[in-house]
Every structure is written in C-alpha cells, then in structure tokens.
Design a binder for this molecule. Structure first.
Ligand code: FES
Length: 156
C-alpha cells in the first residue's frame, strides 16, 4: 500500500504529538516513524525538525548515524550480513562481495525487482558459526558463497 504525502505527514503529526514532552524524543520518534511506514520518508524530516526545534541537517545526521533507519522502503526480503570481526576473519568480506555482485547492489540498497535489501550488521551473536547472516529475521551460520546463492534463490 502506497501512502500519499498528505497521509504520511498526517500520521507523522500524530506520532510527534504522541511524543510531546518526552525527554530526548528524536530517536523514539524516528523509530516510531520507521515502525509506521517501514522507513523514514524524506518529507517527514522538516516536520520533525520544526517540531523539535532542530535543523533538518541535525535530524538527518542522527538518522544516518544509526544504520537501522532507512531512507527508502525496504525490499520484500531483508538480507543482513555480519561485518564484525569474527565473521570477517572467517571470510565475511568474500561473502559480502559475492552478495553484492549476485544481487547487483551495494549496502543499504534494494534490488531493482524490489525483492531483496542488503544490509550490513555488526555481530549477530553467532560468531561461533561465522560468517553469519540473517534473512528476514532468521539466522544462518557458516555462510559461504554457495549457501548465500541458496538463500538468494529462495527469496527471488
Ligand atoms: S562477529 Fe559475526 S556474528 Fe558475531
């Protein structure tokens, strides 16, 4: 379902009002907006900034600092690859390069068909089975190129 800008802004106003008076409201507001829309639409940034008496750049800076916030809608499936040390030492870089090549996208991008969004993540708690990945919230360990191809084939 695609929402119009008017609907997005109306819901954003409701979220902002629900957070009125909260100390340090920016992160909770961004989380609430992402929970509502699946991403943080660009049109909401000036509205958030105005309500919190911040600059648009400040809001955008916080958003881009935390990798959990998306600026665009995600694909139908989200593939996260661990980029932390244990996974890197077990070939995580090679697997990541393979994923980017196989999907034809970089980090935080979504395939043209809208099926897969690729995201880096820093430790999935599965270090003993490195390299680790997560597909739609499901953990997968010992990911090599072949296993990654199977994961991708399963969601395309
Ligand atoms: S370092 Fe990758 S799961 Fe912990």
């Amino acid at each position: 379902m695609t929402l119009s800008t008017t609907e997005i802004l109306a819901r954003t106003e409701e979220i902002l009002t629900a957070h009125d008076g909260l100390e340090g409201p920016l992160l909770p507001i961004l989380h609430a907006i992402q929970a509502q829309f699946g991403y943080v639409p660009r049109d909401t940034l000036p509205v958030i900034a105005k309500r919190l008496n911040l600059s648009k750049a400040e809001v955008h800076g916080v958003m881009s600092f935390y990798h959990d916030f998306r600026e665009d809608p995600a694909g139908r499936h989200i593939l996260k690859l661990c980029r932390a040390e244990a996974c890197q030492s077990m070939g995580g870089d090679r697997v990541a390069a393979h994923a980017q090549k196989a999907l034809g996208i970089e980090w935080h991008e979504t395939t043209r068909d809208g099926q897969v969004t690729l995201e880096p993540i820093f430790c999935l708690g599965l270090c003993a089975c490195a390299p680790a990945a997560m597909i739609d919230g499901k953990l997968v360990g010992r990911v090599d190129e072949a296993r990654l191809d199977t994961i991708i084939a399963g969601v395309r």
